[in-house]
Design a protein around this ligand. Structure first.
Ligand code: LFR
Length: 506
């Protein structure tokens, strides 16, 4: 039979992509979606890039915002390209679509589907002081007990609390989170996908429902959001006029883990029982444990941990750590002053300079805003060895960032295990773009004294695509089938503590 092709729209803070996942029929026959035959092979999923594009924050209407119209245009082009690619690869076009992006940000969409104003970015300073004023209505301890979500300044509820457009917007104007907005543009259906809904800070911990008290604290009511939908459910077909225009079929859009981190962690290639330790490494490094229930203790709150919803009733007990953002924004500063930087060369240079000279705290919110990052990192750096006062060269600065990240990963993973009362797992999975950073993986393995398994790099797209495959019945709906498919589809690299280079493993 023909292979099945699925399309993933995956938007990151610095780049976006439309990927095609190709599922070849297994020679043993696996597409019956049957129950419980646990040794049923799930085949392999091939990943192909149909379209890649940049995403840039810009000032619009006085706020740091996303260029959502440009992103939508790229998504449209990407879907047309995906359809062509799918046919070239022997499939009968794309059979379904899933959308994911970064979390928390939203568009206000009026009753006729018109967007009200810009999609303001979570790094905008409008939320300065917003968390404090909400905390005067519902104190931080209660917020955490109700939602399990860490009080990060950019959570949707703090953004809504200071959104001066709400007063003049038509009644009931739904706030559509970014992936829900794209799903709405594709289908005409308004939904709020559950994993991303948890990042608003207003979903009741462990429930598929809003917390009325938190909605009130943000100054909104339940009508501010479209109905909740769980990942794996179908939203609806692509609008017929749009399908014709793009040259694609009226295929279903499937709700996936629309929070990119939810999709990325779904695609962690773990085989073992017990909690999975992960870092989803991209613009942010999200480090933590996948659990079956949230950790709602006061200690977890004080340590800055959050409990985000995952696919299939899981919880990501994690900490947000500034990740490759520190490197990419530093590079942006050097390039603004005329330098041309090649990331691989820079990492090689960072590996060659003496280590253990400087440290920063990559969990410090002072690194949230964009701009002048190399200077800000150099200013924040503490001297821990050597006799220089501050990192001077790009290589020294990047070495400082990566060593600081590795030590932070160690401390935060230990904290997560302590707070969740679990032993330190035998290995840590690093997925996402940052898993290509071999120096960082080795430093992390050394700092933790456990194995680091790096890959897949495109975990977010894989989590998006594999969930679509399961929703269509192309792989069995049983625990572990998605990770099995991921393991069969990707190459991983294992970094043992105390060594200097990784070894290949399947
Ligand atoms: C990663 C991510 C994080 C979230 C941050 C802001 O891309 O989605 O999980 O905390 O971006 O939305």
């Amino acid at each position: 039979g023909r292979p099945l092709a699925l399309a993933a729209i995956d938007l990151g803070a610095t780049s976006g992509r439309v990927m095609v996942g190709l599922l070849r029929p297994s020679p043993y026959g696996t597409t019956d979606g049957g129950e419980g035959d646990s040794d049923d092979p799930t085949g392999r999923l091939e990943l192909h890039a149909a379209h890649r594009f940049e995403n840039r924050l810009g000032r619009r209407d006085g706020h740091l915002s996303w260029d959502i119209d440009a992103l939508w245009e790229q998504v449209r082009q990407g879907l047309t390209a995906a359809e062509h690619l799918a046919r070239e690869l022997g499939a009968d076009g794309i059979s379904s679509i899933g959308v994911d992006s970064w979390a928390v940000d939203y568009a206000l969409v009026g009753p006729d589907g018109e967007r009200i104003g810009e999609v303001i970015a979570y790094r905008d300073e409008r939320t300065d002081g917003a968390a404090e004023s909400v905390a005067r209505r519902v104190d931080v301890g209660r917020q955490f007990a109700l939602t399990g979500i860490a009080q990060q300044p950019f959570n949707t509820l703090y953004q809504l609390a200071v959104d001066d457009r709400l007063g003049s917007a038509p009644a009931g104007t739904p706030a559509l989170l970014v992936p829900d907005l794209l799903t709405f543009l594709l289908t005409g259906e308004r939904r709020t996908e559950l994993t991303n809904a948890s990042t608003t800070g207003m979903l009741a911990a462990g429930e598929n429902a809003w917390s009325p008290e938190m909605l009130e604290a943000a100054g909104v009511d339940e009508g501010q959001f479209a109905p909740l939908i769980r990942p794996g459910e179908r939203v609806g077909p692509v609008r017929s006029d749009l399908a014709r225009e793009l040259g694609i079929g009226e295929v279903p859009v499937i709700a996936v883990g629309s929070h990119d981190t939810a999709s990325a962690v779904l695609a962690v290639p773990a085989a073992d029982d017990g909690p999975v330790a992960f870092i989803s490494s991209g613009t942010w490094s999200l480090i933590g444990l996948e659990l079956e229930s949230p950790v709602l203790t006061e200690r977890a709150r004080e340590a800055g941990f959050t409990n985000e919803r995952g696919v299939d009733e899981t919880f990501r007990f994690l900490k947000n750590v500034a990740g490759m953002w520190l490197v990419s924004e530093s590079i942006a500063q050097w390039e603004e002053s005329g330098a041309r930087i090649d990331l691989d060369d820079l990492l090689a240079a960072a590996a060659a300079v003496p280590g253990d000279r400087f440290r920063i705290d990559p969990t410090d919110p002072c690194f949230l805003a964009p701009g002048r990052m190399a200077d800000r990192v150099a200013d924040a750096a503490r001297v821990i060895g050597g006799d220089e006062e501050r990192p001077r060269t790009p290589a020294q600065l990047v070495r400082c960032i990566l060593e600081s990240l590795a030590e932070t990963y160690r401390d935060e993973l230990h904290a997560a295990c302590r707070l969740a009362r679990r032993p330190l797992p035998e290995r840590l999975h690093v997925v996402g773009g940052g898993s290509r950073n071999r120096l960082l993986s080795q430093l992390t393995a050394d700092a933790l004294g456990i194995e680091v398994v790096a890959g897949p790099m495109e975990a977010t797209a894989l989590g998006n695509l594999t969930l679509q495959a399961r929703a269509l019945g192309a792989i069995p709906h049983r625990p572990g089938s998605i990770r099995e498919l991921v393991r069969a589809s990707v190459e991983l690299e294992v970094f043992a503590p105390g060594e200097r280079s990784g070894t290949s493993a399947r």
